[in-house]
Design a protein around this ligand. Structure first.
Ligand code: ASP
Length: 438
């Protein structure tokens, strides 16, 4: 039987108008049984998210300042929603308890979590669903890591008792009963955890965009939407900066093979993006699934004749980098050259030492560090099956007179990562995009 867990982001629940859209979406499909809300987000570009208001109010309280005025603004956000929806609900005793807790140093995480908690109470009332406090079903270990097994056991049993429920996103409880949150954007993770425990057939993640686009719309004019993407492709694209979904949200559902559908609350009829373990049977479409990239990397290149015959060369080189507390991003290498790509900012203040340590470790013939490199990841599961993808990328780029600094093709043939100069980044992205998407 179909069972959907639906998560709504902050912009989908920013005011009463958005709440109405959410209710329409839920009412349209009885399979949408468990709902995970975020805190109210921005109503327009100059607005402030309730989560940020809570952090700031808590900080004022910690400094011993009077928080009456600041807290009233938060209260107004919720009361505005309650009144505009015409709900017979008062959160006044909750507000007073929270304010008291702020003054008595209840913790930053507790403060932030109230955003989802209060929104969950309102949404449950509006939908006529049960309310399950996340603190009673989502657990963290004493070291702050997420306790997935205990959570899954308790949550699965709890959900079975309800036909419909609202479970606020973003937080859970510690063994000592204090509140802890996931990192920012963490309601996506809660949604995924609930989908796993409910053994859902689908995890719908409702936001303010109609899924993933093939490229960053700030660089490419109206990029095409992605209808299907595999979890592995998504990892590659997210790592390079494509953000719609919290990175950690993938793991709980992926484990169970539950697909995620990214949907747009403001355009519910758009199909959105399906994130799946395996691509659909008649998997057609462009060879590449998406392109993403980031600027400001440094490439440390070392050359040494007969490097390939020297036992332990790579290990010693990487040890020299590790010793400086630097982790690397990529490792494109040739027979007598090896390049290590690192984020530019991690080298700051350590350059001389890194060079010295590498020289000591492997005694290269030549060593150089080039800054200002941008990495572009071209990702696509269909690349394995089609010939000439790399050639097509390079031809497109070279036609634009852009020089390629590094090339790294993952052995899974899921991605090709190209390094170009920062100033060529946008040009290269556009060239690759138009080579594959007409
Ligand atoms: N409200 C939290 C945040 O702003 C969590 C979330 O929305 O997912 O980060």
């Amino acid at each position: 039987m179909e069972l959907k867990v639906v998560k709504f982001g902050g912009s989908s629940l920013a005011d009463a108008e958005q709440f109405k859209k959410v209710k329409e979406i839920i009412d349209a499909d009885p399979a949408r049984r468990f709902v995970v809300p975020s805190a109210p987000g921005k109503r327009n570009s100059s607005d402030t998210k309730v989560t940020d208001m809570l952090y700031s109010c808590y900080e004022s309280a910690s400094r011993g300042e009077n928080i009456d005025e600041e807290f009233d603004k938060i209260r107004e956000r919720y009361n505005g929603i309650i009144n505009d929806l015409g709900l017979d609900l008062s959160l006044e005793s909750e507000f007073e308890a929270i304010k008291y807790a702020f003054r008595h140093k209840s913790g930053r995480d507790f403060a932030a979590s109230r955003g989802e908690y209060l929104n969950g109470i309102i949404l449950a009332k509006y939908l006529n669903f049960s309310f399950i406090d996340a603190a009673s079903v989502i657990f963290f270990n004493a070291d702050g890591s997420f306790d997935s097994e205990r959570t899954n056991t308790v949550l699965a049993v709890t959900l079975q008792k309800y036909r419909n429920a609202v479970i606020p996103g973003f937080y859970g409880s510690m063994p000592n009963d204090t509140i802890k949150t996931f990192s920012r954007g963490g309601s996506d993770i809660t949604g995924s955890i609930v989908a796993r425990a409910a053994n859902a057939t689908l995890y719908e993640n409702w936001t303010d965009v109609s899924g993933f686009l093939m490229a960053d719309p700030r660089i490419i004019d109206s990029p095409a939407p992605i209808s299907y993407i595999t979890y592995r492709e998504l990892r590659e694209l997210s790592y390079m900066g494509a953000t719609v979904l919290h990175e950690d949200a993938v793991f709980p559902v992926r484990m169970m093979g539950i697909p995620i559908n990214i949907k747009n609350t403001n355009k519910p009829d758009d199909v959105g993006t399906m994130i799946v373990s395996e691509p659909p049977e008649n998997d057609s479409g462009p060879v590449i699934t998406g392109i993403a990239g980031k600027k400001n990397f440094s490439v440390i290149t070392i050359e040494k004749d007969m490097m390939n015959q020297e036992l332990g060369f790579g290990r010693r080189m990487l040890e020299a980098i590790e010793k400086n507390g630097i982790s690397f991003e990529h490792l494109p290498s040739g027979i007598d050259t090896m390049s290590v790509v690192v984020a530019e900012n991690v080298l700051s203040g350590k350059r001389e030492q890194v060079i010295l340590d590498i020289c000591k470790a492997v005694d290269p013939d030549h060593i150089a560090i080039e800054d200002g490199v941008a990495l572009i990841a071209v990702v696509g599961r269909r690349m394995v099956r089609s010939h000439g993808t790399a050639a097509k990328i390079f031809t497109a780029i070279s036609k634009e007179d852009v020089n390629i600094r590094t090339i790294d093709q993952g052995s899974s043939e899921l991605n090709i990562i190209i390094g170009v100069k920062n100033e060529d980044f946008e040009k290269a992205m556009r060239a690759i995009y138009s080579a594959f998407v007409k």
